[in-house]
Design a protein around this ligand. Structure first.
Ligand SMILES: Cc1cc2nc3c(=O)[nH]c(=O)nc-3n(C[C@H](O)[C@H](O)[C@H](O)COP(=O)(O)OP(=O)(O)OC[C@H]3O[C@@H](n4cnc5c(N)ncnc54)[C@H](O)[C@@H]3O)c2cc1C
Length: 401
């Protein structure tokens, strides 16, 4: 029997760990149940940190962990999935193809920035979405130092005032001063179509965010979108033109394209609809998890967000349940009651909220310490030591905050 997991993000990593854990508990050998993880690189890209400087350092090796738990790593991208013949076609970076049959499939392909058809965005827009994007932005920021000082050089527009846009924007003043010199006066402007910053955060935490933006010197242009980009800067939907050398697009994400190949219902973000076991109900043998799936977290109407916090735990349940079906043991319905947010606010510290109503719990420097711990410890892979790695993936305990 073979269980194939596509994607080595937070969800895919925990799907691999938890399926291997259940196999171990059931005393089944890796020969009788092969678990294979397909991804372009055997590394975890620590996406929640990609707004930071030195993005090239923001990956963690996975091969040793996978070896320690007898999960087979298959290098490449899943190009096509045929759910009738239960096969995945994989293509390597060099273009060679191979077909991998599966008995159960876990789709953990994550998400990607949604780039709308805004004129000039493809040529002039940067982002902090994928590793390559963050590296390209960092390189561009360093190249600004070679340009003569000007208002445009020192101005950064961030399109999107949600979590990612705010984290990217509040970090930029420090990043630019480190590159351009401490006397530089970077101007950072968040542009958002909504009339309020952080529209998903609600009214409670908003004053903390607004205060932090003021402290970091980040301006906002609300109620207007970016209509076009060119070499000189951006033009907003209200006609205002902002001269700037840097535009960071952070205005929404969608499930990665592979989900479209699964013949099943998807939501507006392209996420596959799944049942409580994270099974794609209409397609035999397929589970979906993390940012690739729309799953209920509880019985009172809360759904998993496209977040690391949900992806990690959903991954542990999906892997466990896909393996459970093959091993003939009961599955465990996914549930995730606790929900917190920890938003980095640059030099103004951070903001920690608890619950779906986002009650402010910690702010400033204290919240920053929590953010740093989340970003440098909690979200990294377990040590490549078999017993500890398997133990870390008990679905009931993963991200139980
Ligand atoms: C700048 C930024 C800040 C963020 N901050 C936070 C935060 O503070 N808190 C939080 O909870 N979340 C945060 N997030 C969101 C979080 O990073 C995502 O929700 C999380 O990464 C989702 O995990 P995942 O495993 O589902 O997908 P991903 O992490 O996107 O991983 C998907 C994996 O699938 C692979 N893949 C995709 N397609 C294929 C294919 N066809 N074949 C093989 N492999 C494939 C990719 O290479 C990747 O390895 C942030 C994201 C960004 C970009």
């Amino acid at each position: 029997m073979r269980l194939v997991i596509i994607g080595a993000g937070f969800a895919g990593m925990y799907a691999a760990l938890s399926s291997a854990r259940l196999r171990d508990i059931q005393g089944v050998s890796p020969e009788d149940l092969e678990i294979a993880l397909v991804s372009p690189e055997p590394t975890l890209v620590v996406r929640p940190r990609l707004y930071e400087p030195k993005p090239e350092t923001l990956t963690a090796p996975l091969l040793d962990v996978l070896n320690a738990i007898d999960v087979v790593y298959v290098q490449g991208s899943a190009e096509t999935v045929d759910t009738k013949s239960r096969t995945v076609q994989i293509v390597t970076a060099k273009g060679t193809r191979k077909t991998l049959p599966y008995d159960r499939l876990v789709v953990a392909t994550g998400s990607r920035l949604f780039r709308p058809n805004v004129p000039g965005l493809a040529e002039h827009g940067f982002s902090v979405d994928q590793l390559d994007d963050a590296i390209a932005l960092d390189r561009h920021l360093h190249n600004l130092a070679a340009q003569p000082p000007s208002k445009a050089r020192d101005t950064v527009v961030v399109a999107g005032g949600g979590f990612t846009g705010i984290e990217a924007a509040t970090e930029i003043p420090t990043r630019l001063r480190a590159i351009l010199g401490k006397d530089a006066e970077p101007r950072v402007i968040i542009v958002d179509r909504n009339d309020a910053i952080a529209p998903d955060m609600g009214a409670g935490p908003r004053p903390v965010i607004e205060d932090a933006l003021r402290k970091c010197g980040v301006e906002t242009q609300l109620g207007a979108g970016v209509a076009s980009l060119d070499k000189s800067g951006v033009t907003l939907s209200n006609g205002v033109h902002i001269e700037c050398a840097t535009v960071i697009w952070a205005a929404g994400i969608r499930a990665a394209p592979l989900t479209a190949q699964i013949p099943a219902e998807r939501d507006n973000f392209g996420r596959l609809l799944v049942d409580r076991d994270l099974r794609v109900t209409s397609v035999a043998g397929v589970f979906a998890t993390g940012d690739a799936a729309r799953a209920a977290c509880d019985d009172v109407g809360n759904y998993a967000l496209m977040s690391c916090q949900h992806a990690t735990r959903m991954g542990a349940f999906a892997g466990n349940n896909a393996a459970a079906e093959l091993l003939g043991v009961p599955t465990k319905p996914y549930h995730q009651k606790a929900y917190v947010t920890c938003l980095d606010l640059g030099e103004a510290g951070a903001l920690f909220t608890r619950g779906w109503e986002r009650k402010v719990e910690i702010v400033g420097e204290q919240a920053k310490k929590t953010k740093q711990e989340i970003n440098t410890v909690w979200i990294y892979p377990p040590r490549p030591e078999r017993a500890a790695a398997l133990a870390s993936a008990d679905p009931e305990r993963v991200t139980d905050l």
